[in-house]
Design a protein around this ligand. Sequence first.
Ligand code: FES
Length: 105
Amino acid sequence: MSYRVGSAELVPQGESLLVSASDSGASEDIAIFHAEDGNFYALQDECPHEVASLSEGWIEDCSVECPLHSSTFDLKTGRVQCLPATVDARSYPVNVVDGFLELDF
Ligand code: FES
């Protein structure tokens, strides 16, 4: 399913945005990140370790650090990079189309 988030200008470089994407009855909380490489990435918002919002984490290079226990996740793949989390975050394709962010989820 495709979800149009809004203008890409909503997410300045180095920042993130929490989106409740919904389509045809399905919905998902997804964090969109504008990484330091200039690209946009999207991961499940809920940290796979415990209950924390990755959109409230800290972006460094192409990783986000969970605000609760500091595990980091690769923004490109969702792969967990350090303990205590051991499960990867789901990643989603996000594209910029005519200046608008579009999520596939
Ligand atoms: S809740 Fe994210 S690392 Fe623990």
